[in-house]
Design a protein around this ligand. Structure first.
Ligand code: SF4
Length: 823
């Protein structure tokens, strides 16, 4: 059995496996008000599912006021298919374990039974508001931390802007958002290179699709549909993934990378493109900072002020090549004072400065040298990818008329995540496809106003974000902090105490590593509030639980569906299709209720959600009222603009929102913060192997579940009844492990149980478990009612090493051993 101590589950833990929860139909209708809808008899209501990032357009079938199911809505940009999770909506909504009233703990934390007692909303909100007010007055708003579950995998996406706005209006810079292990790298680390996020792939027009650590077949159904269409049209496909996913098997070239070594692969591919000259030179010269000169002595760009006493610091230089001249570059205009002269992309030479001769290199020269450290043979050694396969992938990418790509968790959950993203982004920039037809397009179809209240958090409070001092360019800049920094603040009171936690749908015990520290921190909080559908493993430590409404019970605004560029034009206001179950309220209503009691109404659009949504829509000409008259959504005019290459009014390229107005192959911003300006890599960057732990451990998602949710949904649990760990047949045979055997996954810091799934084609030495298990299994399984967390994979992941920029931890590249259990 697990090395952990016994675990005492709460009274509502057991999944209702084998008991489909279909609501009864009451003849004669159930006349209940949803606030905006009066539903009598059968109805089909245009809607969209918010359970995951796909946000599939659908029709909600409602009979007598009760949700009976959802069906595809084929004319909707994401409505062509639905997954089992979406179809299980009625089971979720009417599950007997739903929290339907506010609950108060009446027994001490750690007691076998928390003694949940129903209380009224007024009592609950008044007490929470009083605690929030008292702590802010006595100690500062930073001593209250919040946690918010992922909008990419939960119903919270309807309310995320409102929750963030409330937190910032209240004044806390500390929200555990999980961004460093989820979206930060594609959405924010990409800005170190592009100035934008990764953008939306133009699958409809591309010549080549690259999927890097991203398996939309399991996580993003609408994207999967678009990819299938692209492949049918003839696009080529390159997949970089350790696992033989369905798309990997269909790929023109699959690169079976060892977990955690993707940066070496990106550098190796870039090396093949640069050394053979097969990259878009014109794009690199015009739209990247490839040609800018970097001083070898300081690592800074060469500036006019380096050359002349009256020179300007903002003017930088390129060069025309050996025997040529310096070419001044003005970032404010995004252009060179060069006439028809073209800057050279690769050059090194000495430049006479005020302090003497200084060796300079172009940015591309420096990157090319870092990439040249990874010839195919070395890439093979590090990543396990055969040189011929790497070469074929390079040929496909270089030969494609356009390339679109996506990279997500597979590269984001590692200790080199930020620099891996840099290497992939620069490789992509060399294809010349960023911001072009058939490539990844930044921005949306229309300009929506961000109402998440970034402007409401004063700089003095923002600067107090936990972990910001250690990671000055990381998620702390947005007020997003890591769970482990909050645990430290709770337990060690460093750099200051965190006294209260208010959670919206999170499950820190299993979605984050280091479960034991989490347990101690949750037990030590002065006050803990949790809003959710169910009392999950983490909620059991709360003092007050608030019943949250599912998306089917509340209104939701979506400004673009990013499965495709066309989908970005679709704006929809989903009505509540049924009345709230019990006393459940939307997260938006919850924060509005707290804002009212805290006197923050003026910062929350006078507590009028419609006003906030109208503000979000203001630049588009749409209004809430107009969207309500068109529940199936409205398509905004015009195509998604390719903003970066537009020409500004002064006649110069608008450029990219970076310091140099170019895609940054060389990042002075990273340099000045103490990081590497070029994403070079040495062996010490990777998680070192541990003696006795020869297998590389990652985790992968299942189509049946989102993160730690849904194990209590009977129809989904039947699809995946137990946690599994994928292992290559040869690695299993070496350990006498057969298909379906119960095994223990051991790491230097913990262990978890799972059933072995032998997967032919999985990279040798790689194993993939599933995170998010916290419910008990069937009788006879090794994670029964006394040990439901025995299957919690993240409990076995250490936090000693983290990405130095973002704080990401090696959830996909730790080391482990696997052994068959006697069980
Ligand atoms: S793929 Fe996601 S959004 Fe679509 S039906 Fe399934 S859970 Fe809902």
């Amino acid at each position: 059995m697990s090395s952990r101590g016994p675990y005492t589950p709460g009274p509502k833990l057991r999944p209702r496996v084998g008991q489909p929860q279909v609501p009864p139909i009451h003849d004669g209708g159930d006349r209940r008000s949803t606030g905006r809808l009066q539903m009598v008899g059968a109805q089909k209501i245009a809607a969209f599912c918010t359970q995951c990032r796909s946000r599939c357009g659908c029709v909600a079938v409602v009979e007598h006021g009760r949700l009976r199911g959802i069906e595809p809505l084929p004319d909707h940009p994401t409505g062509q298919a639905l997954c089992p999770k979406g179809r299980a909506a009625p089971e979720l909504v009417y599950h007997p374990d739903r929290v339907t009233r506010p609950l108060r703990r009446t027994q001490p934390k750690g007691a076998a039974d928390p003694g949940w007692t129903p209380i009224g909303w007024d009592e609950a909100l008044a007490e929470i508001a009083a605690r929030l007010s008292d702590i802010r007055a006595a100690h500062g708003a930073e001593q209250v931390a919040f946690s918010v579950t992922t909008p990419s995998g939960s119903h919270i996406s309807d309310s995320i802007s409102w929750i963030e706005r409330f937190i910032r209006a209240y004044g806390s810079p500390n929200t555990i958002y999980g961004t460093e292990i989820c979206n930060w790298h594609k959405d924010y680390a990409s800005r170190f290179t592009y100035g934008h996020d990764i953008g939306t792939p133009d699958f409809a027009n591309t010549g080549c699709i690259v999927l890097w650590g991203n398996n939309p077949a399991a996580t993003w159904l609408a994207r999967q549909v678009e990819i299938q269409k692209g492949l049918k049209r003839g696009a080529r496909l390159v997949v970089i993934d350790p696992r033989p996913t369905a798309l990997a098997k269909r790929a023109t070239q699959w690169l079976r990378v060892r977990p955690g070594t993707d940066q070496a692969v990106a550098l190796g591919l870039a090396n093949l493109l640069i050394s053979s000259g097969r990259f878009d030179r014109a794009f690199a010269a015009t739209w990247t900072n490839a040609s800018l000169l970097v001083r070898a002595d300081t690592g800074r760009f060469l500036r006019e002020s380096d050359l002349r006493a009256d020179g300007r610091t903002e003017i930088l230089f390129s060069h025309t090549g050996d025997g040529g001249d310096l070419l001044p570059f003005d970032p404010a205009r995004g252009s060179w004072d060069s006439g028809s002269t073209t800057p050279v992309l690769r050059w090194q030479g000495t430049v006479q400065t005020l302090s003497g001769p200084v060796l300079c290199h172009t940015a591309l020269e420096l990157f090319a040298r870092a990439a040249a450290e990874f010839p195919p043979e070395r890439v093979a050694e590090v990543s396990g990818i055969e040189p011929a396969d790497l070469a074929k992938a390079a040929d496909i990418i270089a030969g494609a008329p356009s390339v679109s790509y996506y990279a997500w968790n597979g590269v984001g959950q590692s200790v080199t995540a930020t620099q891996t993203d840099r290497a992939i982004s620069i490789l992509y920039a060399l294809t010349g496809s960023y911001g072009r037809k058939g490539g990844n397009v930044p921005g949306g179809a229309a300009s929506f106003v961000d109402i998440s209240g970034q402007d409401l958090l004063p700089t003095t409070q923002r600067d107090k974000a936990l972990g910001l001092a250690e990671r000055p360019l990381g998620p702390g800049l947005q007020g997003w902090v890591t769970a482990r920094d909050v645990y430290k603040a709770v337990l060690a009171k460093a750099p200051y105490p965190v006294r209260m936690l208010m959670s919206f749908g999170t499950n820190l015990l299993v979605s984050q590593p280091d479960t034991e520290t989490a347990r101690k921190a949750l037990s030590a909080l002065e006050f803990h509030v949790h809003a959710d559908f169910f009392v999950n493993a983490t909620a059991r430590y709360a003092d007050i639980i608030l019943p949250a409404a599912t998306s089917w019970e509340r209104e939701g605004l979506r400004t673009g569906f990013d499965g495709s560029l066309e989908g970005l034009r679709h704006v929809q206001l989903r009505p509540p299709v049924i009345a709230p179950v019990g006393e459940a309220r939307s997260d938006t209503d919850i924060v509005m209720g707290l804002a009212a009691r805290l006197g923050l109404g003026d910062r929350m659009f006078d507590l009028d959600a419609d006003r906030g949504h109208d503000t979000a829509l203001a630049r588009t000409g749409l209004t809430v009222e107009r969207l309500r008259r068109s529940p199936e959504g409205i398509v905004v005019e015009g195509a998604v603009p390719v903003d970066a290459q537009a020409i500004a009014q002064d006649g110069h390229p608008r450029g990219y929102p970076t310091a140099t107005r170019k895609i940054e192959i060389y990042s002075e911003r990273l340099l000045l913060a103490g990081y590497r300006p070029i994403p070079d890599l040495d062996a010490g960057d990777l998680v070192p192997a541990e003696p006795g732990y020869p297998l590389r451990l990652g985790s992968a998602k299942s189509v049946a579940y989102c993160h730690s949710q849904h194990r209590n949904i009977a129809s989904l649990r039947r699809l995946v009844p137990d946690p599994i760990v994928e292992i290559a047949p040869a690695d299993a045979a070496a350990r006498s492990i057969a298909q379906g055997d119960w095994v223990r996954i051991r790491t230097p810091t913990g262990d978890a149980v799972a059933r072995a799934a032998l997967v032919p084609g999985l990279a040798s030495g790689a194993v993939f478990g599933q995170h998010g298990w916290w419910v008990d299994g069937a009788d006879g399984t090794p994670y029964d009612r006394t040990h439901p967390l025995a299957a919690n994979l993240n409990g076995a992941i250490g936090t000693e090493r983290a990405d130095p920029v973002s704080g990401s931890i090696p959830l996909r590249c730790s080391w482990c051993e696997i052994e068959k259990m006697a069980h």
